[in-house]
Design a protein around this ligand. Sequence first.
Ligand code: ARG
Length: 590
Amino acid sequence: MEKFLNLISREMEEAFAAAGYDRELGKVTVSNRPDLCEYQCNGAMAGAKRYHKAPLMIAEDVAGRLRDSKVFSGAEAVKPGFLNLKLREEFLAGYLREMNASEKFGLEEPEKPALIILDYGGPNVAKPLHVGHLRSAVIGEAVKRIARYHGEKVIGDIHMGDWGLQMGLVITEIRKRQPDLPYFDPSYEGEYPEAAPFTVTELEEIYPTASRRSKEDPEYYAEAMANTHRLQEGDRGLRALWQKIIEVSVADMKKNYANLDVDFDLWWGESTVHEAIPGIVEKMKEEGHAYESNGALVVDVAEPSDTKEIPPCIILKSDGAALYTTTDLATISERERLYHPDRMIYITDKRQELHFQQVFRTARKCGLVSDGTELTHIGFGTMNGKDGKPFKTRDGGVMKLSDLISDINAEMRGKIASNPEIGSEEAEKTARQVALAALKYGDLSNQASKDYIFDIDRFTSFEGDTGPYILYTIVRIKSILAKYSSAEGVTPVEDCVIGCAGSKAEKDLMSDLAGFNTVMDNAYKEIAPHRVCAYIYQLSNDFNSFYHQTKILTEEDREKKESWIALLKLTLDILTVCIGVLGFSAPERM
Ligand code: ARG
């Protein structure tokens, strides 16, 4: 369906043309003075110079052509030359009826869906997920769902950190504790044990210990480096142990992500492309893009138009070791080879901006992607505590994601349990569902690039710009619809028909609904989940105003009542789609 603003702009363009002016002037926007009018057009102001005419005269000419308009019931030329517009109720209702009957409520499918590889999550094996990984998972999942709803094909790739020094550190620490394991015996030729020699809890403690020891003890560090090297070179025992570390760690990750309702299509890691690295590096060298500088292999990526210095991209360190950039470059090359995507989108902390700038430029320069493949990095800001500093536990440690989720669940449980109508099992489930909405909405409602303050009290509030408020609105609508349906002899909800607005509140709600396809399209094009949040917040506010002013269920006029019921159903459907793309869902009651 054509977007609502475009559609009504077309009517205005016709009027400009009919009055003898350039139709381009007829762009309509939402009024910035809602007290005076609903929509406005400032085209006459722009036309004044071109036609050497007072803008008010132009506006009056155009208004004259709109007297019998099916779109506008009022078009008033006001000083100095604005057109104040009022929409015909019937036109708005007609648009909503068409939306209701359309696939995806009028959001048009792309002519040819793009294939997008979305790189998000990015957890590191053997290290616990921390709150920094929360943002990537939450934003990435929303971006994935928004793009899919828009009609694109998206492959979500978790891109685990499973290959660097952290693996060597973990292996070293395990060796110190259990030197007799067969993994460390070079003469061992048998099968390695099925069971991992550690639990996930132990694993979580092993990494920080190893990391600390490597900083205090140069010998320990050297050993970790050597183990990393041996692992990467393919040492049979270390590879087998590494496999166990991945197994245990990934099982835990899957649980964590399932709790967040986040899932991935590909579980690639940095190690996935290990074998591809030598070939790619060779190609870069042969084609003269990569050269040696102070022993390291680098590619120059600075461009004359740079306003700040972009240092060369290091491909191999002087000891020949691959780096984070190398695995990212090889991953781009492998994705290109296997999928030919139209686009790759990365969701990481914005502090990795330079890294991606270097990687993208190198990939282009060295022809690792085709020219048409778009590479996009979406950098997000930091999640801070109430003190404005990066979020920490009460005793100042790094907050584990699972602890954060438990905290918010507990907070929500307290609120839900106070509703005496809800049994304990349902309360528990509902609490988790609402808590997830609180967490995700609290994050997604901010523009991704901005830092934000994680405030449990605010996020879990049922009032204001919060997830629970949106869910509360949805639950309210569900409950009205259920009450309506339970009465005798009523028209089924699906058969109720939206009619003309009878009040300003109703018209505002209807205008919001008409904006759905525009919002979804923009959210996709700008990769901006916060647009969807802002939309459903306004929609919920306008719905609640309408609700407070209207006695829906006791209305005597059947046609009016059914029109409202249809309007409620459409509001419910749109809100449900929107929270779905944001990555959470609503309970039946709360
Ligand atoms: N593992 C990385 C980290 O924890 C994030 C990976 C992001 N994705 C990528 N392709 N580099 O910071």
